[in-house]
Design a protein around this ligand. Sequence first.
Ligand code: NCD
Length: 307
Amino acid sequence: MRSIIDILDLSVEELDELIQTAQDIIAHPDRYSEVCHGKKLATLFFEPSTRTRLSFEAAMYELGGNVLGFSEAQSSSAAKGESVADTVKTVSCYADIIAMRHPKEGAPLVASRAASVPIINAGDGGHNHPTQTLADLLTIYREKGTFENLTIGVCGDLKFGRTVHSLINAMSRYKGLKMVLISPEELKVPSYVKKDVMKKQGIPYEQTTDLEGAMPQLDVLYMTRVQRERFFNEEDYLRLKDSYILTPEKMKNAKSDMIVMHPLPRVNEISVAIDDDPRACYFKQVLNGKYMRMALMLKLLKEAGRI
Ligand code: NCD
């Protein structure tokens, strides 16, 4: 049974195929409105979410299917001590596909070994978030027209920010990539990402604390929130939370066609004054995420012989 736990579970060819499907869905939504008739998605969210859960649910409704699930661990039997494995064995009896978010790194992988339906990782702790990356990829593709020869700046909490880890993994497979890693000293990209991805693939990267200095060379600026829920103490969070705030003033140093991305939720990292700048793409990412989740669920349900 094929599950998507890591963005690298999808080949570059498969990413292309998902992008093509998403674009076809955008052009011809009517052709897809009944393809999952009678099918059920379960959303098992052991951690808060707005976009990821609702976009999975909207995606399944737009494919003609139905949705069941829970949006907090406290309302599930996890609160009584049930294991993830037992929960997904149970839900496999009710649903055709499962999207799961969990605060523990690796929980969706454990779930995929116990489930008899495909599991999609909707975010596991500070580790990975492959479907956010699908949203990011469609956005980059639609805005820049290519994945090659891009200089991508990622800024903010690169230590705990799972969206950044998955994005670096995905982009590492395209030619001419350069990464600029902008963060406070304490929130640098984990060494396993540097060693196993960027060094292994020979990707040039720069590490800096200086957002303004990095700005002029960037084709994409990917801002992130400081991940409060992963900190061991509130003092450190309070000290680091406003390390980077993107303002119209700072945007003056950027290329005229640089795009600004953010997985959202935003706290303070991007001034709302940027929202009207044509380079602001974070709400486009939200919409693109729904289309890519539609494409992904279609693919996995087809492969599982359920549609
Ligand atoms: C991200 C996440 O959950 O990792 N949100 C999302 O899914 N769009 C980013 C975040 O919470 O900061």
